[in-house]
Ligand binder design. Structure first.
Ligand SMILES: [Zn+2]
Length: 188
């Protein structure tokens, strides 16, 4: 019943270039359970076996099969009202995450998203501290970026978190284009 939602979002993320063949991960929350994509699954062609159900707080036999980002998804569910999470690697957003500490979006898709914080500037933060920082930021924002890595977007539905991810990348692409136009007109 959830498979088609995962399949449609996974397929669209790949075809829009927001994840590469074996990256990105998706999850939904069902009470104290999480359904998350399998470790190294291909989002473009998810099947029933690629959806792993495990606990939000408790480990079980399925836990080792889950995406390596499971700890981040778990902390987000424990600390926010999110019911769905999309983690992607949108290239323009990642490029900007290496130079900016906050992405301020400025056209119509963008007011929906608001300013997007870039986390992980302090490279010494441990994986667990970073997961905590992501969850903290997602109490105020619906999408955040991790420096040089990718985006985490939350929603009530996977579709909603996906839509925030595409709005973020579209805005970042425009910002990158404007930066390069300005750079070339400054030279000319
Ligand atoms: Zn990632």
């Amino acid at each position: 019943m959830f498979l088609s939602q995962f399949q449609s979002v996974g397929h669209d993320l790949f075809t829009r270039g927001l994840v590469s063949s074996h990256t990105g991960n998706l999850s939904i929350r069902l009470g104290e359970r999480i359904i998350i994509t399998r470790r190294v699954s291909q989002l473009v062609s998810l099947c029933e076996n690629d959806l792993i159900e495990t606990g939000i707080s408790k480990n079980d036999r399925a836990t080792p099969l889950a995406s390596m980002e499971l700890p981040v998804h778990r902390v987000i569910y424990r600390q926010t009202p999110a019911l769905a999470i999309v983690h992607a690697h949108p290239p323009h957003a990642i490029a900007l995450s290496l130079t900016e500490t906050e992405i301020v979006l400025n056209d119509e898709g963008l007011s929906v998203v608001g300013p997007v914080p870039v986390l992980g500037w302090h490279t010494e933060v441990s994986q667990l501290k970073l997961a905590d920082a992501i969850a903290q930021a997602l109490k105020q924002h619906r999408v955040v970026l991790v420096r040089g890595h990718g985006s985490f977007a939350i929603g009530q539905l996977l579709e909603e978190a996906y839509s925030l991810t595409t709005a973020l990348e579209e805005s970042c692409q425009v910002i990158c284009l404007l930066k390069s136009l300005r750079a070339s007109s400054a030279k000319g």
